[in-house]
Design a protein around this ligand. Structure first.
Ligand code: SAH
Length: 372
């Protein structure tokens, strides 16, 4: 099979070219063609010698995950369903806002973490995405949104980007797919590739503690942590990875991360579940939990999906909860529900996953047992 060049970050591309007897500086040229100008045809790479173009044609290719569906929501949100082979498909969402455009990218086909309130978790897990499939989502979105730079305009003053921010908040747990995610992050940040600001690329994790430390050392970007509960007993139920990495360890990892983070705070995501984690007492316990840790809270109104077993907290409850955090001087925002008419909101990304871990099957057996 031909080598997919989208799998390579700059050093890996230089090494591959060197192995073909090419000069490593070609890597810079190639990266720019691929990731800045969106050129997927070697024939169109005009400043590369015909000789090399021909060799690239023989040995390599630019393989993108094909777009199976393209949905637009009433509020301007776009969602793409991308084919990653063998019956699996992942979703990627673009969220336009007044002063930025955010692309939400998937890192796995499915997810193995089984957070109680997440529909991706219900789908089971198939496999990790490759770096090329992760960065391929950004590629496809840029293509669809006309966000690639024209080659002729390369030296002209950069126009405003359509996609200014990337968040790894789609399907999957990014830190459970560490190597591929870091390669993709490097391509997003590299000035010869997508050239995004380190502060505008966010990894969101359910809290895989050792991988938080590794990310800090390998490629620090903005960090969001899915907290969802202020104490271990409740978090064990909602975010089962907590049984392995309990809150005290998670909070310590957040502190360590801040030593190298491009942002001087951690974002805590907190899904508001009616009658489960949304009382005044929960809010006060959260304040105590994060005391002394520079952080911001992002409250997410729960997005329903069939048979979720949860309800969204009523708006006045959410407001009261936010008030308690703000009275304790914690910056608190509430995530606007975007694109829910096309099932593009948080926790609604389901894609299509062939569940190789047979999680779904096991769960339905469990449910049948408890029901009888
Ligand atoms: N695995 C990563 C990325 C997940 S998606 C993580 O856990 O952080 C991004 C956010 O959406 C997470 O905070 C996740 O917990 C939240 N989420 C999942 N299902 C949701 C739902 N049904 N409604 C609202 N938010 C949800």
């Amino acid at each position: 099979m031909k080598q997919n060049l989208l799998e390579f970050d700059a050093p890996a591309l230089a090494a591959w070219l060197a192995a073909q007897g090419e000069k490593p500086f070609r890597a810079k040229q190639l990266l720019r063609w691929l990731h800045q100008f969106g050129q997927d045809d070697f024939a169109g790479m005009s400043d590369i010698s015909r000789d090399l173009r021909q060799r690239l044609d023989e040995l390599a290719e630019v393989r993108l995950p094909p777009v199976l569906r393209d949905d637009a929501a009433a509020d301007g949100t776009r969602k793409w369903l991308l084919d990653v082979g063998n019956g699996n498909a992942v979703e990627c969402v673009f969220i336009p806002e007044e002063n930025r455009g955010t692309l939400c990218v998937s890192s796995q086909a499915g997810c193995a973490l089984e957070c109680a309130f997440c529909s991706t978790g219900r789908q089971g897990f198939s496999r990790n995405l490759t770096a090329g499939e992760i960065v391929g989502q950004l590629w496809q979105a840029k293509q669809a949104l006309g966000d690639f730079r024209g080659h002729a305009a390369a030296e002209a003053p950069a126009r405003e980007r359509v996609i200014s921010n990337v968040v790894l908040m789609g399907m999957g747990e990014p830190l459970a797919n560490f190597e591929q995610v870091v390669t993709a992050l490097r391509l997003m940040l590299d000035d010869n590739a997508h050239g995004l600001s380190r502060r505008r690329v966010t990894v969101s994790t359910a809290g895989i503690v050792p991988a938080i430390d590794r990310l800090r050392d390998a490629c620090p970007v903005a960090l969001a942590v899915s907290l969802h509960a202020p104490d271990d007993a409740l978090r064990d139920r909602l975010v089962p990875i907590n049984r392995k990495y309990p809150l005290a360890e998670l909070m310590a990892a957040c502190r360590r991360y801040l030593e190298k983070s491009p942002r001087d705070f951690i974002t805590f995501e907190y899904v508001m579940l009616d009658g489960v984690n949304d009382s005044d007492a929960h809010a006060h316990a959260l304040v105590r939990l994060v005391a002394g840790l520079p952080c911001k809270f992002n409250l997410i109104p729960f997005n329903a999906f069939p048979n979720s077993g949860f309800r969204r907290s009523p708006a006045p409850r959410l407001r009261r909860f936010a008030e308690i955090l703000m009275q304790a001087h914690l910056v608190t925002t509430t995530r606007k529900t975007r694109g829910d008419d096309i099932d593009a909101a948080c926790g609604q990304l389901a894609g299509r996953v062939l569940d190789r871990t047979r999680r779904r099957e096991k769960r339905s057996i469990l449910t049948a047992e408890t029901a009888s």
